[in-house]
Structures are given as structure tokens and as C-alpha cells.
Design a binder for this molecule. Structure first.
Ligand code: PEP
Ligand code: MG
Length: 879
């Protein structure tokens, strides 16, 4: 950034210096204004002050580059010449708009000042020149309010109140009904307000106004809402904003003027139809502020037919040029059309899919471009109900959007209450401080789940995603009192049976039951997914624990099961007692009896899952969680269990206490259970192999893969595997069938990744458990991280939640080392991911670069993962 850098670029009036590709320097708005001007589209001329000038301003303690002001004045002169008007002139004054414009659009986050250059003299000149006294006064009162708010920092409400009072006094509804004398009064009151609030008069010198406005737009890069938006959207701090200084055109010059916004296709559905609205005799901010109801764009054809035709031509030119749906802003000044902005329009997932497919069919873009046009992380939107965009909502608080989709229902605070109400066909939302495996029965019948604690891989989040159920987790402001059946959220008391609505995509919790709309799966989606399969390298499997989930996943395109968590099967009503008996049994005989009864139940589970996934691999993970997770904690429940088990409650309580661990996540779990209680794993392997043999006999194609969790040392795998192989071989031999099964391990501990070469010698496959690997690499509890991770991100310590998007330089490095060492030691080893990161597009890009074989994710994320895998392959076309 030398002091000689060029900081200002002119556009319009045949002197355009910028172009669309210069968005880093000119911001999106500035680059596109220049591009439109070069295309011969009518844009009001102006100039863009670069993002580099903004960065200089912040680096140098809020001083403008020394050469900048001279450049601005030079460009201002060119602008005056092009317009035939003078800035601050007393005959035909040039008025300016000063607008922000970052590299990517940050809608409504930064500041804008319109009608700049007005003072008592120029207002009079404007009135005379346009022979429209009302218009000139209307512009002036708008300018004072906007400048007062944006540049001088006065709350906009104060200006609104003055205007509202005037309308009340005059008994009129709309601003346009006020008379010139009324506006004069408003202007006087506005100026008095400014003086009172800032201690000096409203600045009259237009050059001074311009300088203040430019600095205010720069400063708006660092106002809290802009910072917050950047953090949420991962926009780097050092991009800065450009400032566009443009000659004003007026939509408020009377009935032959208007202003409007439009999309070149419907942003909600993607339908190829010009879509938008406009307002006659208004300026841009009126349309957004909802002061009057705007008219649908089709009506412009009647109101201003010539401008409408011209607008149609412009929008087609823009779409053909950018080859994407555009979001445009325009103003008609006295029947002359001006374009003020064009940018790629924001759209729903359904619209993105339809537009991409239509544009391929129209010959505008290639199939690969179409695949890149649909944001993979939004694809699962199309399977879940959504909040009706037309609904008015009262947001009580915002947690983590842990599982997408919207849900509405009556609040319950216990899984039993959920189950009871669900039996009566009521829709319920389960609200808990946090969930545990014991809550499954309530979770499975609830419409949605809300928790105060827990991050994106907490129990609630993982289970909800697997069930395809909306979930908001980690809402720190929520406090739940299960006994009183009440919760409090930011000052609102929520009682049992109160209606609430959750949006699991963005984490909002709303009061009352908000209308939901059901999206439909379309032929466009099917078409797009058929292109996906031709380009991707990664296979996509599903994390599914039930035959139903397996079928859903298969329908979405899953190529097998990458993780079947068998513990989820243990919580069903008909088996939890047996599981508990097995765990607390003191005698081996009692344990074996319980296991004997569990065996046929598990065999039938696996039979059904194998059938649902016929012809595809099914990875079944042996028991993983610490045993006390299956045991009751509540004394009442302990008493009931003791009765069922015919033991004394005190003996049972003692036993349960003896199983408690200080750090259960690092305790007796995973393969450690398999070594301490070999009969549990033996039972599970028997159930798997017996089910598979039976099906093979019937001609069903089954490919079982047995997965051992939490291996940290090769010896753990060697010993567990040798016991299990013995059991499996024995069954296969007796059944006299040919069955190929694999035994592999999860790589979810740093030590396993580092010694992957040793472990690979004993394993047919590795599946990276990136949830535990993230937990153990960061030393950060999965279940407690929700308490402060959001703040970590807010503070900029971490860029994103590492439980959502893989931490490439830390956790990712372990995956890379594990994959490399594993492959070096065992050429045939198969490598996959089964942590939640397997469904995250950004992580998938990384896994694709490591050339892993597959990712596995919850069924509803399968299409997202398929598309993300295709996008990763297109972006990184290495063979
Ligand atoms: C993991 O740790 O990444 C994993 C898939 O296993 P779980 O989430 O069940 O611990
Ligand atoms: Mg794990």
C-alpha cells in the first residue's frame, strides 16, 4: 500500500475503470456497477473508493491515505462534468449517495447515506430546478435523518417519532400525504434534535458532509452487527469495505418516478419468472422499511410500460452476462430507468437446485458449474419442514442450529411426558438441560429437541440428526427446572404444554406455534443428483442404527452403512432390563443368562439391517459407551430395577456407584469393555455372523464389517480380534457357508493415528471417529463444549466449531498421518470417516484431498455429502 496507490475508480459516462473481476478491490457493488456501465446499462455515474483505502484507514488509526482526498476531488469534478451539475451548486446541485460494498454482500450490515450535498441553499436550488418544492423538502428531511443516524450516531427512532407525530397531527397515513409546510416543520425539528444530541448544528458544507459520510461507511465495517455477521459467515476481518459515491437519481420525484427491487427468477422456488416489487414516488429505503405496501413487479407494466420493457431487457442481459440469477435494484426518475445494483441473488436450497438445472437446460452453464452453484450445506433444507417465510415470529433466544428443520409443539420436560403425550397424538418439543441415552424414547416421539447444554456433537445433536429431527442445542440462556416443569429463557417463563417452535437450522427458539411449510422433493433434485454420481471420488455411507434409518439412507443414495452404533439398540423397552442385568451381574452365570437372551434380539436387528442394505457394506460397531450410561441414576428407578432383578436396592445402588467414573469418556469404554468383558463382544459378533450366515444361505448378499471402537494400542485390537475371529470362524464353519467379513477399527485417539502403521497390520479397515478424535486432540469435552465454544468463535479464538468442521491443521493432521501410515503398512486397507464431519461439506473437501475411500453421515445428510463430494472432486481434479 504505497502512498501513490490508486484508491478511486470511476464508473459510468463512458469513463468506467473497473470491472466485475475486481470485486476484491472495489467490493461486489462497485465491481458490478462498473460491469453494468461497461455493458451499456444505464447506471448513475460515480466512483468507488477501494477496500485498500478502508484497510489503510484502520491500520493508520483512522486516518485516510494522504493522496485520497485529492483523488476524490478529481473524480468529483469528473462526475460534475458528466452530470452537468455542481456539488453544492446553487443552480443545479449534484446530490450523492454514499454506500458501502464489501467483497461479499453483507445485506443491511453496513451503512448508506442518500441525498448527500443538501443544505438550505442547495435544497432551494433543487426545488427551483425541478419545479418541485415538495420533492426537494422530502429529500432534505430524509437526508438529515439518515446522516443524523448513520454519521452522527443519533438513534433513528427519534427522527421517526418526529415524523410520526407530524402525520398524526395532520391526520394522514402516508409520508407522501404531508404538505410542504409540514415537511418544513419536520426539517426544523430534525435540526433541533441534531443540535441537542450532538451539541453542534447540522453540517451545511457538502464537502464536509462527504468526508464525514465516507469515514462513517468505513467505520461501519467495525460496528458490532457487521463484526457479528462476519464471524458467523467466516468473512475475514481484513477484507474491508469499499465506498461507492454515486450521483443520486430520484424515485420520489412524483408519479412518473419509482424505485424497486427484483430477482431475475423466483428466489424461493427458482421458477423462471421475473419477481419483485416497486413503489411509486419513493426512495429505496421505503421499499425495505415497509412504510407503504409495494406493488408486484408485473403491475409496473401498466404503470410505466416503457420502463417495464426496458427493465425486462436489462434483466435478461444481466442474467445472460452473469449466467446466474440476479438480485437487482433500480430507480425510475421521471420515466428514465437507472440500475443501482446487481448481484447474485440469495435463494433457498430448492430454488438453487431448480435454477442450476434450468440453466444447464437453457445452455447457460455446464453441469459441473451447476453442481458448484448449489450450496451443499443447504441441501438437507429440502427434506425438512421450514418456518413459513410469511410468518411473524417472536424469537425468545438462539442456540446452536444442531439439526436442521423446523418443529412446533407443546413443551415437555421429561422423555416420559413426551412419550405419554405422543401416545395421545400430541406434538411435543422435548426441552432438557442436556439429553442422555435414557431420553431416547422421548426424543424419538418428539417433533424437536431443545437443550441448554451440549455442542454440535453432544448426544442431543447427534441423535437428532440421525433421526432427521430438528434440534437446537447449547442454548446457554435457557434454564430448565424439570421438577417444577418450568424453564426460563431470556426473561420469559415457559411452562409445560406451552407452545414453542424451533428452527434447527439457525438455532432460533420462538414462542407459540408458528406455521410450517413442507418442502417437496422435485425432479430437479433427482436430475442434479444424477450428475453428482459421475464426478465424485468419495463414496458416501450412512450412520444408521435401525432398519428404518438404513432404508431412508439408501433412498437418499447411501452406498452402505459406515457406522451402526449398537448401543442405541440397547435402550429399547424390551431389552434395557436385560442389558442392565448383564451389567450389574456379579456372577458370570447371571451375565451369561442375560446375554443369551439378548443374542436373538440383536441377531434379528442385524438381519433386518443387512436386508435393508442388501449388496452393500454394513459396518457394525461393537459396544462403545461406558456401562453406567445404561443404568438408572434416580433412586426411584433404582428401586424399581432392584425389584425386577430381585436384589436389594442398597446392593444395587452400591453396584451402580462402583461403576461410576470421574472421566467416563476416558474410562472403561470402547475396546476396553471388550477386553474386560469379552462375553459382551462375543455375543454381538455371534449375532452379526449368525444373521449374515442365515441370509447368505437364502442367497442374500451381505457384507458385514465389524468395527472395534477406541483402540489406542495395537495390542488391544490384536487381542480383541483374535477372540472375535475365533467366534466368527466357528459359526461360519458350522453354517457351511462362504461369508466374507471384515474386522477393522476406529481411529479416534491421537495414539491410534500416530501408530496407525502398527494397527493397520491387524485391521482390514480404519474408520476415523473424528468426534472423539476432536475431543481427545483438543482435550475438549464433546458434551460440555457448548458452554463456551460459541463464545470462542465470537471472540475469534476459533474460526469455527471443530466438532462441526474438521480442524484441518490439528485433528486433520492426525487423519492425514493415520491414513498415510495405514496405507503404507497395509496396501489393501479401506479408509473412511464416521464422525459427524462426514456430513460437513468443508470437511469433505479435506477428506477428498486425502483420497479417503468414503465418508459416512446421518441419513438426512447423505445428499449433502454426495454433492459436497462431487464439488470437492471438481475443485480438486487431481487424478
Ligand atoms: C466418533 O467418535 O467420531 C464416532 C463416530 O463415534 P461416537 O460419536 O459414537 O463416539
Ligand atoms: Mg467415538
Amino acid at each position: 500500500m504505497s502512498p501513490n496507490s490508486k484508491y478511486v475508480y470511476f464508473f459510468g459516462a463512458d469513463q468506467t475503470e473497473g470491472k466485475a473481476e475486481m470485486r476484491e478491490l472495489l467490493g461486489g457493488k462497485g465491481a458490478n456497477l462498473a460491469e453494468m456501465a461497461s455493458l451499456g446499462i444505464n447506471v448513475p455515474p460515480g466512483f468507488t473508493i477501494t477496500t485498500e483505502a478502508c484497510n489503510y484507514y484502520f491500520k493508520k488509526d483512522k486516518t485516510l491515505p494522504p493522496s485520497l482526498w485529492d483523488e476524490i476531488i478529481k473524480n468529483l469534478k469528473s462526475l460534475e462534468k458528466a452530470m452537468g451539475k455542481t456539488f453544492g451548486g446553487k443552480k443545479d446541485p449534484l446530490l450523492l449517495s454514499v454506500r458501502s460494498g464489501a467483497r461479499v454482500s453483507m445485506p443491511g450490515m453496513m451503512d448508506t447515506v442518500l441525498n448527500l450535498g443538501l443544505n438550505e441553499d442547495t435544497m432551494k436550488a433543487l426545488a427551483k430546478k425541478t419545479s418541485n418544492n415538495w420533492f426537494a423538502h422530502d429529500c432534505y428531511r430524509r437526508f438529515i435523518a439518515m446522516f443524523g443516524n448513520v454519521v452522527l450516531g443519533i438513534d433513528g427512532e427519534h427522527f421517526e417519532t418526529i415524523l410520526e407525530r407530524k402525520k398524526e397531527k395532520r391526520k394522514v397515513e402516508f409520508d407522501t400525504e404531508l404538505l410542504v409546510d409540514d415537511l418544513k416543520g419536520v426539517i426544523k425539528d430534525f435540526k433541533a434534535l441534531v443540535k441537542k444530541k450532538v451539541g453542534h448544528a447540522f453540517p451545511e458544507d457538502p464537502v464536509e458532509q462527504l468526508r464525514m459520510a465516507i469515514e462513517a461507511v468505513f467505520n461501519s465495517w467495525n460496528i458490532p452487527r457487521a463484526i457479528h455477521y462476519r464471524r458467523l459467515n467466516h468473512i475475514p476481518e481484513d477484507w474491508g469495505t469499499a465506498v461507492n459515491v454515486q450521483s443520486m437519481v430520484f424515485g420520489n420525484m412524483g408519479p412518473t418516478s419509482a424505485t424497486g427491487v427484483a430477482f431475475t427468477r423466483n428466489p424461493a422456488t427458482g421458477e423462471k419468472k421475473f419477481y419483485g416489487e416497486y413503489m411509486i414516488n419513493a426512495q429505496g429505503e421505503d421499499v425495505v422499511a415497509g412504510i407503504r405496501t409495494p406493488q408486484p413487479i408485473a403491475k409496473l407494466k401498466e404503470d410505466m410500460p416503457a420502463s417495464y420493457d426496458e427493465l425486462l431487457e436489462v434483466y435478461q442481459t444481466l442474467e445472460n452476462h452473469y449466467k446466474d440469477m440476479q438480485d437487482i435494484e433500480f430507480t425510475i426518475e421521471d420515466n428514465r430507468l437507472y440500475m443501482l445494483q446487481t448481484r447474485a441473488g440469495k435463494r433457498t436450497a430448492a430454488a438453487a437446485i431448480r435454477i442450476a438445472v434450468d440453466m444447464v437446460n437453457e445452455g447457460l452453464i455446464s453441469k459441473q458449474e451447476a453442481l458448484l452453484r448449489v450450496p451443499a450445506e443447504q441441501v438437507d433444507q429440502i427434506f425438512h419442514p421450514m418456518i413459513d417465510p410469511k410468518s411473524k415470529v417472536k424469537v425468545l433466544g438462539k442456540g446452536l442450529g444442531a439439526s436442521p428443520g423446523a418443529a412446533t409443539g407443546k413443551v415437555v420436560f421429561s422423555p416420559d411426558a413426551a412419550a405419554e403425550l405422543a401416545r395421545k397424538k400430541e406434538r411435543v418439543i422435548l426441552v432438557r438441560t442436556e439429553t442422555s441415552p435414557e431420553d431416547i424414547h422421548g426424543m424419538s416421539v418428539a417433533q424437536g429437541i431443545l437443550t441448554a447444554k451440549g455442542g454440535m456433537t453432544s448426544h442431543a445433536a447427534v441423535v437428532a440428526r440421525a433421526m432427521g429431527k430438528p434440534c437446537v442445542s447449547g442454548l446457554g440462556e435457557l434454564s430448565v427446572d424439570t421438577r417444577k416443569k418450568k424453564a426460563w429463557l431470556n426473561g420469559t417463563e415457559i411452562k409445560e404444554l406451552d407452545a414453542v417452535t424451533l428452527d434447527g437450522a439457525d438455532g432460533r427458539v420462538m414462542l407459540g406455534s408458528v406455521k410450517l411449510v413442507q418442502p417437496r422433493i422435485t425432479g430437479y433434485f433427482t436430475q442434479l443428483m444424477s450428475w453428482v454420481d459421475k464426478v465424485r471420488n468419495l463414496s458416501v455411507r450412512a450412520n444408521a442404527d435401525t432398519p428404518h434409518d438404513a432404508l431412508v439412507a439408501r433412498e437418499f443414495g447411501a452406498q452402505g452403512i459406515g457406522l451402526c452404533r449398537t448401543e442405541h439398540m440397547f435402550f429399547d423397552e424390551d431389552r434395557i432390563l436385560l442389558v442392565r442385568k448383564m451389567i450389574v451381574a456379579d456372577k458370570e452365570k447371571t451375565r451369561e443368562e442375560a446375554l443369551k437372551k439378548l443374542l436373538p434380539i440383536q441377531r434379528s436387528d442385524f438381519t433386518q439391517i443387512f436386508k435393508a442394505m442388501e449388496g452393500l457394506p454394513v459396518t457394525i460397531r461393537l459396544l462403545d459407551p461406558p456401562l453406567h450410561e445404561f443404568l438408572p441414576a434416580d433412586p426411584k428407578e433404582i428401586k424399581a430395577l432392584a425389584k425386577q432383578m430381585k436384589v436389594s436396592p442398597s446392593a444395587l445402588t452400591k453396584k451402580i456407584h462402583s461403576l461410576k467414573e470421574a472421566n467416563p469418556m476416558l474410562g472403561l469404554r470402547g475396546c476396553r469393555l471388550g477386553l474386560m468383558f469379552p462375553e459382551i463382544y462375543k455375543m454381538q459378533v455371534s449375532a452379526i455372523i449368525e444373521a449374515a450366515c442365515k441370509l447368505v444361505k437364502k442367497g442374500t448378499k451381505v457384507y458385514p464389517e465389524i468395527m472395534i471402537p477406541l483402540v489406542g494400542h495395537v495390542e488391544e485390537l490384536r487381542q480383541v480380534r483374535s477372540q472375535l475371529d475365533e467366534v466368527a470362524q466357528d459359526i461360519i464353519k458350522k453354517a457351511k457357508v462362504k461369508l466374507d467379513y471384515k474386522v477393522g477399527t476406529m481411529i479416534e485417539l491421537p495414539r491410534a493415528a500416530i501408530t496407525a502403521d502398527e494397527i493397520a497390520a491387524e485391521a482390514d479397515f480404519f474408520s476415523f471417529g473424528t468426534n472423539d478424535l476432536t475431543q481427545t486432540t483438543f482435550g475438549l469435552s464433546r458434551d460440555d463444549s457448548g458452554m463456551f465454544l460459541p463464545e470462542y468463535i465470537e471472540m475469534g479464538v476459533l474460526d469455527r466449531d471443530p466438532f462441526v468442521s474438521v480442524d484441518v491443521s490439528g485433528v486433520g493432521e492426525f487423519v492425514r498421518i493415520g491414513a498415510e501410515k495405514g496405507r503404507a503398512a497395509n496396501k489393501k486397507i479401506h479408509l473412511g470417516i464416521c464422525g459427524e464431519h462426514g456430513g460437513d461439506p468443508k470437511s469433505i473437501e479435506f477428506f477428498n484431498s486425502l483420497k479417503l475411500d468414503y465418508v459416512s453421515c446421518s441419513p438426512f445428510r447423505v445428499p449433502t455429502a454426495l454433492l459436497a463430494a462431487a464439488q470437492a472432486a471438481i475443485k480438486d481434479p487431481k487424478p
